[in-house]
Write a protein that binds this ligand. Structure first.
Ligand code: CTP
Length: 406
């Protein structure tokens, strides 16, 4: 995980959302990051440094002059050490100061001195956010390369409903991960990932589906984003929350997924078909709900389009420069069936998993897969969380890309 070993400087400015920054610091530390917190005087009116210090196990910096006495040039050393500088919550006042290069406290001085990327999570009342001055300031920061995450909409401290809430910790973490990974192993590549199980309608309220939860595809989308890729997630319905920083294309049926993938194929460098696409669909979709009757109900099914076969047909061969990755969910003869699929679908990489095991495959958080390429021996991976499986798959994709593009 990209946060493991990263050095994060977390700036906390004076807003009621300050208390949520404690949770952010905690999650960063849990993910393996070293976190140095800088608070403004305003922030200390809302929370004390103690929870941050306890969680990060590092001193919290507030007073520029105290620090100048204690260490040599604290703001310079903090700014030089940071892999990323995060400000959450960021008040309108601090945003304005940063835009104009003011350095009147330890945080703004550190921002001015650092070359690390900035992630800013604004939080303020709706009127301050809507003010054209703030809007211009935020646009300026974006133009200069800062990542602005949020604000969200909802109930504000003032009791009003509007834009200005600090976004959820998970979203800020995702923005930090994406920012840290922007020069990663897939930087600049356009990656399309399909996920979830397609649903083939029987009538307006029923469908033929499968047990895919979408977790493997979503984990791949997150990991590809953190590896620097520009990610499009073509997803069948899942119960999963949207993935921050990826372009999501919702689809339902195999036919819709086919169109979404094929439409984007020319502008795709890497295609990963992690979706469980239905091979059959009801030959007839009833216009109205099918009412129960005595006796049997016989369903006639017809073949759906095979998306990877359609992709293979459009390929001009490996020389087209694309990396096409398929999955094979098998319950018997795993390697034999997988190798057959790899060749038949002209894939560059196939991820084979035995879905009959209870700790691997559908609806569980772990997976045990074997990676197959046209040349080279099968590479069995141990049982791993799906997030780690995703990274291993993408490491292989990055290696294949480097091998074919130098
Ligand atoms: N796939 C696809 N279009 C389909 C069915 C599957 O593109 N209509 C893709 C899946 O996303 C996966 C790969 O093909 O990446 C293999 O899917 P799987 O269902 O295991 O294989 P099939 O080729 O359908 O073969 P079978 O069902 O006979 O095992």
């Amino acid at each position: 995980m990209i946060l493991n070993g990263a050095h994060v400087v977390l700036g906390v400015t004076g807003g009621i959302a300050c208390y949520k920054a404690v949770d952010l610091a905690s999650k960063l530390v849990q993910a393996g990051a070293t976190v140095d917190v800088i608070m403004t005087e305003g922030a200390t009116q809302f929370v004390t440094p103690l929870p941050f210090q306890t969680i990060t196990k590092r001193p919290v910096s507030i007073d520029m002059f105290q620090l100048l006495r204690d260490t040599d040039m604290a703001h310079i050393s903090l700014s030089a050490r940071a892999d990323v500088l995060v400000i959450a919550p960021a008040t309108a006042n601090t945003i304005a100061k940063i835009v104009h290069g003011l350095a009147d406290n330890l945080l703004t001085s550190t921002v001015l001195a650092t070359t690390a990327p900035l992630v800013i999570a604004p939080a303020m009342d709706a009127d301050m956010w809507a003010n054209p001055v703030t809007a211009e300031n935020v646009a300026t920061l974006r133009r200069r390369g800062a990542t602005i995450v949020g604000p969200g909409e909802g109930r504000l401290a003032s009791g009003r409903i509007g834009a200005g809430r600090l976004v959820a910790t998970e979203e800020i973490l995702a923005a930090i991960r994406q920012t840290l990974g922007r020069n990663g192993p897939l930087a600049g590549l356009r990656v399309v990932i399909s996920a979830g199980g397609t649903q083939e309608p029987l009538d307006p309220v029923r469908h033929v589906g499968n047990r895919s939860s979408g977790r493997m595809g979503y984990a791949l989308a997150e990991a590809a984003r953190d590896y620097g890729a520009q990610v499009t997630l073509v997803t069948a319905p899942t119960g999963l929350p949207p993935v921050y920083g990826v372009d999501t294309v919702p689809v339902r049926t195999a036919a819709e997924m086919h169109d979404a993938v094929i439409d984007r194929l020319d502008a795709t460098d890497v295609l990963i078909m992690a979706a469980a696409v239905a091979d059959y669909r009801p030959a007839h979709t009833a216009e109205h709900k099918i009412k129960k009757q005595d006796g049997e109900l016989v369903l006639r099914l017809e073949r759906t389009v095979d998306i990877l076969a359609a992709v293979a047909k459009r390929r001009t061969g490996p020389a087209d420069g694309k990396i096409i990755v398929g999955f094979a969910a098998e319950t018997e003869n795993l390697l034999e069936n997988a190798r057959d699929k790899l060749l038949r679908k002209r894939l560059d990489l196939l991820v084979a998993n035995d879905v009959s095991a209870s700790d691997s495959g559908f609806e569980v958080a772990t997976n045990r897969v074997t990676l197959l390429t046209p040349d080279g021996a099968p590479d069995p991976l141990p049982l791993l969380p799906k997030e780690e499986v995703a990274e291993r798959i993408l490491d292989r994709v990055a290696a294949l890309w480097r091998a074919s593009h130098g």
